[in-house]
Design a protein around this ligand. Structure first.
Ligand code: SF4
Length: 413
């Protein structure tokens, strides 16, 4: 694809929110500019609002991001990623940012993430809290602990709480306890949204939780390519059922979030295209993506991490295809690159999810190795993220942050 064709395709994407398969595949498979030769902040520094002094003084900044986790060459690799966007990526990011500003202005929404149980009955090959990981200390938070997390989060200005867990039979078989918790949160903070992310349930259970007041539901599909899904999951897990869950959640009335991994083993540009097409069919409100990051105690322990550059490119494509969507700059992005979340915002993301789980359990919800923000307390985490958002010229919005389906809605009270 030459520069003129690229510019034409991006213009068409921005105007029509669509592009033919060939165009999307050309963008997805175009060369990336990423190496392991040493971190470069040249792009970050050239962006409006970037503060070099902030970068030098914050934990996780280029200056301080030098200590790999012991015992893993992959973690060491992460510290040396050098990233400079290609002309294609620069054009994509600029178009994506213009679109997100027309829908959301400079606003970035915060979601207070509470990882309330790391038990899971499933055994996904890529996941650090999979059932077969015997080396993990398991925990479940008490309702009073979760309420305390919300109370603290509310005092920081958070107006969405995300209750996330593995597929824990303790909560998922009989959802009355979880429903009661949702009801309590909604009664205590009626101006807040509650998002659930507790995996696959049957319709009846989804309905009970919705009746209790849950507003949103996150269920990443991980990959929409059947062959790949089979390679990443053991027998007994089904892509068809996962998709069914997502459609049922929508029918019930939830604001729904799906999402996929970028760069997990054997994934191709065609597989990523399948993800984009599935999302176009589903039309979710939220789309969460992140690079595949390995975990040492999983069957995928030796697989190379996914590409940071390709994840940013996918984020920008998502913004252009789904202008209204709530797109998080995920913790995985911040883990693979010290300025990953900031660059994610510049590529079109408009959500950040500070972890407000108790410090005592944060280190036990490790879906992948080297996860950042496991040692900080909530206040530090919040202040750090706020500074990161400001460094990109955006502003934190202390509100629920529901999806805006058309630019006109922005003007409505
Ligand atoms: S990815 Fe989700 S369902 Fe799969 S093992 Fe991990 S927590 Fe469980």
């Amino acid at each position: 694809m030459n520069q003129t064709q690229i510019e034409q395709s991006i213009r068409q994407l921005a105007e029509t929110q669509n592009l033919a398969d060939e165009g999307l595949l050309a963008i997805l498979s175009a060369p990336l500019s990423e190496s392991e030769a040493g971190f470069s902040a040249s792009f970050a520094e050239s962006q409006p609002g970037f503060s070099a002094s902030f970068a030098e003084s914050r934990p996780g900044s280029p200056a301080s991001f030098t200590a790999p986790q012991p015992g893993s060459s992959a973690e060491a690799r992460r510290t040396r990623i050098s990233y400079t966007p290609t002309p294609l990526d620069k054009a994509l990011f600029s178009a994506a940012d213009a679109v997100r500003q027309s829908y959301y202005g400079k606003k970035v929404f915060l979601r207070g993430l509470i990882e309330f149980s790391n038990y899971c009955k499933n055994d996904c090959y890529y996941c650090g809290i999979r059932r077969s990981n015997q080396g993990l200390k398991r925990y479940r938070l008490e309702e009073t602990d979760i309420m305390e997390c919300c109370r603290t989060g509310y005092s920081y200005g958070l107006r969405t709480f995300v209750l996330q867990s593995g597929e824990d039979a303790h909560f998922n078989q009989d959802v009355r306890q979880l429903s009661q918790l949702v009801r309590r949160i909604k009664d205590t903070w009626p101006d807040c949204a509650v998002t659930l992310s507790v995996g696959e349930l049957d319709r009846e259970r989804y309905e009970m939780l919705y009746e209790a007041g849950a507003d949103r539901y996150l269920l990443r599909h991980e990959t929409a390519a059947e062959t790949l899904y089979r390679k990443w999951h053991p027998d007994g897990m089904s892509l068809a059922y996962r998709k069914q869950c997502l459609y049922e959640l929508k029918e019930i009335g939830y604001q729904v979030g799906a999402g996929f991994m970028v760069g997990a083993p054997e994934q191709t540009a065609e597989d990523l295209l399948a993800d984009l097409r599935f999302l176009q069919e589903l039309q979710p409100d939220m789309i969460g993506i992140g690079p595949f990051l390995h975990h040492r105690d999983t069957p995928f322990r030796d697989a190379p991490d996914g590409s940071f550059a390709l994840t940013l490119r996918c984020l920008a494509l998502l913004r252009l295809l789904f202008p209204y969507a709530l797109l998080p700059a995920t913790t995985a992005l911040g883990t693979i690159h010290p300025l990953g979340r900031e660059l994610g915002l510049s590529a079109g993301a408009n959500v950040i999810m500070p972890n407000i789980s108790p410090g005592s359990v944060r280190g036990q919800y490790l879906l992948y190795d080297g996860k950042i923000c496991t040692d900080e307390d909530g206040q530090h985490c919040h202040a750090c993220l706020e500074a990161r958002v400001r460094s990109r010229g955006y502003e934190i919005a202390c509100e629920r942050g529901d999806a805006v389906r058309s630019p006109r809605e922005r003007a409505m009270p």
